[in-house]
Design a protein around this ligand. Structure first.
Ligand code: URP
Ligand code: ZN
Ligand code: ZN
Length: 484
């Protein structure tokens, strides 16, 4: 069996940094230590050997707002690998009335072209017996996390009664509940008001989704999850109000995790005031970019541990697609790219500024989510037996981000012109060298679906507590328990 050895680097994991060679055979790590040899040698001198990034939030070829996101599983995962991300977790999105496993099959049909490994979350986009039943099949098929949209009224949004019923079902199945937390009713009202007042440009998208709609929904989701006894993962946490709700819940012992995006950490609301309509519309996403105070809150959350994982919500639309919303901001397809840029941007603005240590960088880009999604230590680890999804990270390598040289299929990049320092020298996907010093060597279809087992320990802990604290009737002598 052909072997590859990564020599002369420093292994950096979520909790340790040490000098060692790493031997890879048959797609997995088979030895870590000094003086290792192999058929192919990758020179890691001056570099860190880190677990490949895991992006827990992508929408590849997603049907949304009358179109499909432009990056599919081929271009999206190629972009991921170029930037040191070796696994993506995409959202299966059942149509209204569609069975969950039918939708999962549609995603399997698309993802066969992936260049790196991938997994799925299941979205609960409508509610009924068929969905309730399908959730168990989903868990059996390795899709154990369930996303709920509290926004996108009239399309993907679910109401509180559905949220509560679904959360209880997720809890019983040992799964993880997830939410897009924005108050969809308020957003719909504000949108109509803004349009009626002549606010039709992309900046009005941000006006229609102030931090309060996210803070309120985040707190509501946390409380509903607590009543349902289910662990909760809040996607794209963008503001202090939402972060505050998560921070408070965690301090109170609730099993809640928050996920800021690299876009919200590094880009701000001034983008929407750009006089160029295309510039502003290309940055329309939900939640929108916020001001610098919110950004400071998100960085502090990563440092303090109240926020756990940095994702992209990669949902890329071309300029032509964005122009569906000329004259009506509510028709601009929501979403931005970022898969190729997440790690370099986070390293540049996080590690190079002293906000994060290299170990914290590994934790928030890979290891934390691997643990939350029960992928660890197959993914998110540099350990013997782990998949050889590895990045030889060169902290001295520099570039200026440009759409002209990106892997994504869209015609712009929201980080255009940003200078980054810290890039992959080599990226390995299950042992295959897919990025070799700037040269792409990806193989369409190399990626494999990674099914995930439920993580019942956390759910059991929550249900044990629920059982202990459940309402019980008070026994009174001479008074029957039920009426006559
Ligand atoms: N975030 C966004 O604007 N688009 C993708 C869909 C979602 O995650 O809400
Ligand atoms: Zn969302
Ligand atoms: Zn999303």
């Amino acid at each position: 069996m052909a072997s590859t050895v990564i020599k002369g680097g420093t292994v950096v994991t979520a909790d340790l940094s040490y000098e060692a060679d790493v031997l890879v055979e048959g797609g997995v790590i088979t030895a870590i230590g000094a003086g290792l040899t192999g058929d192919t040698v990758l020179d890691a001198s001056g570099c860190y050997i880190i677990p490949g990034g895991i992006d827990p939030h992508t929408h590849l070829e997603m049907p949304f707002m009358g179109t499909y996101s432009a990056d599919d599983f081929e271009s999206g995962t190629r972009a991921a690998l170029a930037g040191g991300t070796t696994m993506v977790v995409d959202f299966v999105l059942p149509g209204q009335g569609q069975g969950l496993m039918d939708a999962a099959q549609m995603w399997h049909n698309k993802s066969g072209r992936a260049n790196c490994d991938y997994s799925y979350h299941m979205a609960i986009t409508w509610w009924g017996e068929k969905v309730w039943e399908g959730m168990e099949d989903s868990v059996k098929a390795g899709i154990t996390s369930f996303k709920h949209f509290m926004a996108y009224k009239g399309a993907l949004m679910v109401n509180d009664d559905e949220l509560f019923a679904s959360f209880r079902r997720v809890g019983d199945l040992g799964g993880l509940a997830m939410v897009h937390a924005e108050n969809g009713d308020v957003v719909a009202e504000l949108t109509a008001k803004l349009l009626a007042e002549g606010n039709s440009g992309p900046e009005a998208h941000a006006y229609s989704r102030p931090p309060q709609v996210e803070g309120e929904a985040t707190n509501r989701a946390i409380m509903i999850a607590d009543m349902a006894g289910v662990p909760l993962y809040v996607v794209h946490t963008s503001c202090e109000e939402a972060h505050e709700a998560i921070r408070r819940a965690r301090q109170a012992g609730k099993r809640v995790w928050g996920e800021p995006l690299i876009q919200h950490l590094t880009l701000d609301e001034s983008e929407y005031f750009n006089p160029d309509w295309d510039h502003a519309a290309r940055r329309v996403m939900s939640p929108p970019f916020r001001n610098k105070a919110h950004q400071a809150s998100l960085w502090a959350g990563l440092q303090a541990g109240s926020l756990s994982c940095v994702a992209t919500d990669h949902c890329a639309f071309t300029t032509e697609q964005k122009r569906f919303g000329v004259g009506d901001f509510s028709k601009i397809p929501n979403g931005t790219g970022g898969l190729e840029d997440r790690l370099p941007m986070l390293w540049t603005h996080g590690v190079n500024t002293g906000r994060l240590t290299p170990n914290e960088f590994v934790a928030v880009t890979s290891t934390n989510i691997a643990k939350i999604l029960n992928l660890y230590p197959k993914k998110g680890a540099v350990l013997v037996g782990a998949d050889a999804d590895l990045v030889v990270w060169d902290p001295a390598k520099e570039k200026v981000i440009s759409a002209g040289s990106q892997q994504s299929s869209i015609d712009y990049n929201v980080f255009e012109g940003q200078a980054v320092k810290g890039l992959p020298r080599f990226t390995l996907s299950r042992g295959k060298v897919v990025v070799h010093d700037g040269e792409m060597r990806t193989e369409e279809g190399h990626g494999q679906f990674v099914g995930r087992a439920p993580r019942p320990a956390v759910n059991r802990a929550l249900s044990a507590w629920k059982e202990l604290t459940a309402p019980r009737p008070v026994q009174r002598s001479g008074v029957p328990a039920t009426g006559v």
